[in-house]
Design a protein. Structure first.
Length: 298
């Protein structure tokens, strides 16, 4: 029998709504029509250690944990030539893995590492607040500069990720696109990393809002990306991209869900998904987003 698909809510939204404990968060999740939660770093301490006992009598799944915050640039980089940057990134990932082990989540979602360019850095590459100041021409210049140092940063990233993926097992590392344009987030970068780490079962976690933002600037879209990386696909974010940012209500922005949905409805099983909502979203927005996803069989 095929595994049941899961559409989870990102915990950042739930914790922003003032839930007093993880049980309240789980009940709120179910009331809004979702069947899972993905813990993530936030400004509020959440007692995730209580979650396994809470969900024993609730139909809630924990498909993954997110290692990186949604609204702040992650500490360090596994593609850095500086030891302190690599150590900071490893510490962040290991903290996330500890939570994943606590809650029994199979995946730890980790953003592709940022890249230090040779020569002058480019300002404003982290687009967590949208794509202001970027266009196709500027992205092309950045991609050319990334290509010039591609061999070096991919070699460093693969070596560091090999150690990290081994260290956090049995939690499975799931690489996803970073909102930082100066990162190893192009489909060909991710494919090369996955191929190199094939023996460690590193997964790919699709992030269509980030891909749509990059596509609006001339990058590859979800269809092309998923075609290249589908054999490694472990799950997907389902948030939309709009002028309000990368946590928009599904159906309100630039993501083409008709491209994404067929890959989530695998012939073998329904893959886990998560929708991260902006804290400003209300309950009605979440119900609207869930209803929209259902039109695609998600």
């Amino acid at each position: 029998m095929a595994d049941a698909a899961c559409v989870a809510i990102g915990a950042v939204w739930l914790s922003s709504q003032g839930a007093a404990d993880v049980r309240s968060m789980c009940i709120r999740c179910l009331e809004l029509g979702y069947d899972g939660i993905v813990p993530a770093p936030s400004g509020r301490r959440v007692p995730w250690e209580d979650l396994p006992a809470v969900i024993e009598d609730l139909p809630i799944r924990i498909p993954a944990v997110r290692a990186d915050g949604l609204f702040a640039t992650p500490d360090g980089s596994l593609a850095s030539s500086r030891d302190d940057e690599v150590l900071a990134a490893r510490a962040r990932i290991e903290r996330g893995a500890a939570v994943a082990r606590q809650v029994g989540a199979p995946y730890l979602i980790v953003e592709a590492p940022r890249v230090a360019l040779t020569g002058e850095p480019m300002a404003g590459t982290d687009l967590r607040d949208g794509g202001d100041g970027w266009d196709e021409e500027r992205l092309s210049v950045l991609c050319d500069r990334l290509t010039a140092c591609r061999g070096r940063y991919l070699d460093r990233a693969c070596r560091a990720l090999h150690g990290v993926a081994s260290a956090i097992a049995p939690v499975r590392l799931a690489l996803t696109e970073s909102p930082d344009l100066c990162s190893a987030s192009q489909a060909r970068d991710l494919q090369e990393v996955m191929d190199d780490l094939r023996g460690l079962a590193v997964a790919y976690w699709h992030r269509p809002a980030v891909v749509a933002l990059r596509a609006s600037l001339g990058g590859e879209g979800s269809g092309e990306t998923l075609e290249m990386l589908s054999k490694y696909l472990g799950g997907s974010d389902l948030s939309d991209y709009s002028g309000r940012g990368l946590q928009a209500v599904p159906g309100s922005g630039g993501v083409d869900y008709a491209e994404v949905a067929p890959y989530m409805r695998s012939l073998h099983s329904g893959l886990p998904t998560v929708v991260d909502y902006d804290p400003a979203c209300r309950d009605g927005d979440l119900r609207q987003g869930r209803a929209f996803l259902e039109t695609f069989g998600l």
